[in-house]
Design a protein around this ligand. Structure first.
Ligand SMILES: [Zn+2]
Length: 436
């Protein structure tokens, strides 16, 4: 509709069922700045819209902002507590203005339209500073921008604030005081591994030991720790960095991620010489970490002699305490429990939505964990070449708390919903998964 060209599209009071609901309250400052720019000639040159969108993202605790162009305009979407929510749809002219302002803030030439580009910059807001990563790529209907918001407040948790149950927390604390070897935090992208790693760092800096980190990127500075930025362009890879740091005789080396054989072997080498290694890696659950290490070329003997603890984790949204409601599992939930061979819990809760949670029913996130402290029987199994499934079965036969048990405990207690647990695609301990 040409007459609506300059109107800021906001909330549709009766959205078509096939359309996603738009929540303009998530983009208050952006929409306000665009409205002011319409009235005031020349104001379009100030980066008010770009600043507005960043302030909106910080206020709403968004971890990223996506600006997605399509035939209708530019969709402004925020990822809050791991889930995308639509904040506004801007007409093309306003959309271009926001895109250009954000590119300028990141030091990217707004005239260049055809290449992929990225930038990093800091932004000062009322309550502190956030670090921003901007990525641009041309798409069918124009440039797509993604802005990642790295808020240091997200990395300042203590290990007792991550959502570990009492037993798992005491296991992790016991590891700190009396064990060494390799401590792995396992999970997919976006599972909160970095938050856990930093919580461990905060705990370590209080210990009487020398701690160095190798990170890519260093997301947050921690006093009392030597933090080293990986710089592949200049040859400082994770693998070389581990070997170089070992010469500085640290007690603990934190490696951002074990993501290739060279890094995994270097980490093993340092652990075999008595250093304590903390690292993240990708795996489905705790036992799956063994498969990942084997894939990277570590032998069963290497793993058995150095691996001491694996914390596997995922994130779920926490129910808003102001509006959650107790209910019982639905038929769909019961069917799901039958498929994954797990008993149906008696209690569950549902997300309702109120002003406190912007009508989403959820407020914040918490971790769901599986903490595997390897013992004599695990080492014995590993040296005999046990499969991932053997290890899982051995864990199930002991008092090990499986991932799903931790998740369901949180759902029954009203911390989260069964829908959130279902989203994790976890299966029960008796369900056959993984290599034989
Ligand atoms: Zn609420």
């Amino acid at each position: 509709m040409p007459q609506d060209e300059n109107r800021t599209a906001t909330h549709d009071p009766a959205p078509n069922k096939s359309e996603r609901a738009v929540h303009p309250e998530l983009a208050g400052q952006l929409l306000e700045s665009l409205g002011a720019a319409e009235e005031q000639e020349g104001a379009a040159d100030a980066p008010a819209a770009a600043q507005g969108i960043i302030r909106d993202a910080v206020r709403e605790r968004a971890t990223d902002v996506h600006l997605d162009p399509d035939s209708r305009g530019l969709h402004v979407r925020l990822r809050i507590d791991g889930v995308m929510r639509d904040a506004a749809v801007l007409p093309p002219q306003q959309g271009n203005r926001v895109v250009n302002q954000l590119k300028s803030l990141g030091g990217i030439d707004p005239v260049a339209q055809f290449g992929a580009d990225e930038a990093r910059f800091a932004f000062q807001h009322e309550r502190g500073e956030v670090d921003l990563r901007l990525a641009v790529i041309p798409s069918l209907h124009g440039q797509k921008l993604t802005l990642r918001v790295l808020d240091p407040r997200q990395l300042a948790y203590g290990i007792d604030e991550l959502g570990l149950c009492e037993r798992n927390l005491s296991r992790v604390q016991h590891w700190f005081t009396s064990l060494g070897g390799m401590f792995l935090v396992a999970g997919p992208v976006g599972s909160g591994k970095t938050t856990t790693l930093y919580a461990l760092l905060h705990a370590l800096k209080l210990q009487t030991c020398s701690v160095s980190t190798l990170e890519d990127p260093v997301e947050y500075s921690v006093d009392g720790i030597n933090q080293v930025q990986v710089d592949e362009e200049h040859g400082l890879t994770f693998a070389r960095g581990i070997k170089a740091l070992a010469r500085h005789n640290p007690d603990v080396i934190l490696v951002g991620e074990l993501r290739d054989p060279a890094t995994a072997l270097a980490a093993y080498g340092a652990a075999a010489l008595g250093r304590t290694i903390l690292a993240t890696l990708h795996s489905r659950d705790a036992a799956g970490a063994v498969t990942s290490l084997r894939y990277y070329g570590l032998t069963d003997r290497d793993i058995a002699t150095t691996l001491s603890m694996v914390v596997a984790q995922r994130l779920v949204r926490k129910l808003c305490p102001h509006c959650r409601r107790e209910t019982s599992p639905t038929e769909a939930h019961k069917n799901w429990f039958n498929v994954i061979q797990v008993a149906v819990p008696e209690r569950s809760w549902e997300a309702i939505g109120c002003d406190h949670c912007r009508q989403s029913g959820y407020l914040g996130q918490t971790g769901v964990f599986e903490v595997w402290q390897l013992d004599e029987s695990d080492y014995h199994h590993l040296l005999k070449g046990a499969t991932e499934r053997d290890l899982r079965e051995s864990l199930a036969s002991r008092s090990h708390k499986h991932f799903l048990a931790d998740a369901l405990e949180k759902a029954e207690a009203g911390v989260t919903t069964l829908d959130e647990i279902q989203r994790l695609r976890l299966v029960g301990p008796a369900f056959p998964v993984g290599p034989d």
